[in-house]
Design a protein around this ligand. Structure first.
Ligand SMILES: Cc1cc2nc3c(=O)[nH]c(=O)nc-3n(C[C@H](O)[C@H](O)[C@H](O)COP(=O)(O)OP(=O)(O)OC[C@H]3O[C@@H](n4cnc5c(N)ncnc54)[C@H](O)[C@@H]3O)c2cc1C
Length: 239
């Protein structure tokens, strides 16, 4: 399907860290914009490159408004994100198309949900998590297993901790690869943690996995080996 492009306006930007920014976009009224939690948009950037489109998952939950948030990490050796860092400020307009993608929640949530992500891979999973809580969608246990290197990399940490405190069935597991069992409760990589919980296949669960291909493919392969089916493993690859 051919993408229809609209000039979206950026109306707020937060610097999460030197390498990660959160951008709030407003689509124009003629776009009739609405999206499902987990979908992404495409930006068409005025860059000197063979491919000028870049995809970004929406990190906010649907509100019925024509606004949404993106959470983007700077790829220093890339073309698109350095351009965004240099050129985008509040009031900028960017050609935007979407929403796109089928990485969405099931109609009925009748199993546990295990979100697995690294870095900005949390974006669509945060949208889905907020959607479940905002709309009081009936659900079972939900795990958010979120891998990063160090504590300051953990995006949305405060929000996740507050959600965990408010919802006993929600379990936030921030995993840090640069820490040790002496310095952090969940050191190492994400794989150990979902295997500890769901490796024995005793509880029905849907996995939603998002991020860069190394982690996503490894998780998908490990789950397939355990006998989880395609229907139980949804994933979104960033590369
Ligand atoms: C569905 C989806 C959602 C994403 N969501 C996020 C997000 O929420 N946050 C985030 O930080 N990143 C996200 N990404 C990654 C993002 O799209 C970019 O890849 C990333 O920002 C690096 O862009 P860059 O232009 O700086 O790097 P570059 O290295 O210049 O470009 C990387 C990307 O550009 C495209 N591209 C470049 N050259 C080619 C080519 N020759 N052929 C085909 N494609 C090409 C590819 O998508 C490639 O992965 C997502 C990717 C996908 C596919």
């Amino acid at each position: 399907m051919k993408a229809i492009w609209y000039e979206a306006e950026i109306f707020e930007i937060i610097d999460e860290s030197p390498k990660v920014k959160r951008f709030w976009f407003r689509m124009p009224p003629e776009a009739n914009f609405s999206f499902k939690a987990g979908q992404f948009v495409m930006l068409d950037l005025p860059i000197q490159a063979k491919y000028t489109n870049r995809s970004y998952s929406i990190s906010s939950a649907p509100t019925g408004e024509s606004t949404f948030e993106l959470c983007i990490v700077l790829k220093e050796d890339g073309i698109g994100t350095p351009w965004i860092w240099e050129n985008i400020s509040v009031g900028s307009k960017i050609k935007t198309a979407g929403p796109l993608g089928k990485f969405i929640l099931p109609e009925v949530i009748d199993k546990d949900i295990c979100f697995i992500c690294t870095g900005t891979g949390i974006a669509p999973l945060r949208s889905q998590l907020l959607e479940i809580f905002n709309k009081n969608i009936p659900h079972k246990d939900i795990y958010m297993i979120f891998g990063n290197r160090i504590i300051s990399d953990v995006l949305y940490r405060k929000e996740m901790e507050e959600l965990q405190a408010a919802h006993p069935e929600f379990h936030f597991i921030p995993v840090l690869s640069r820490e040790t069992p002496e310095t952090w409760k969940h050191p190492g990589y994400v794989h150990k943690y979902y295997l500890d919980i769901y490796g024995n296949k005793q509880k029905p669960v849907m996995f939603y996995i998002c991020g860069w291909s190394n982690m996503v493919r490894e998780a998908r392969d490990k789950l397939k080996e355990l006998g989880y089916t395609k229907d139980e493993i949804k994933f979104e690859l960033y590369d």
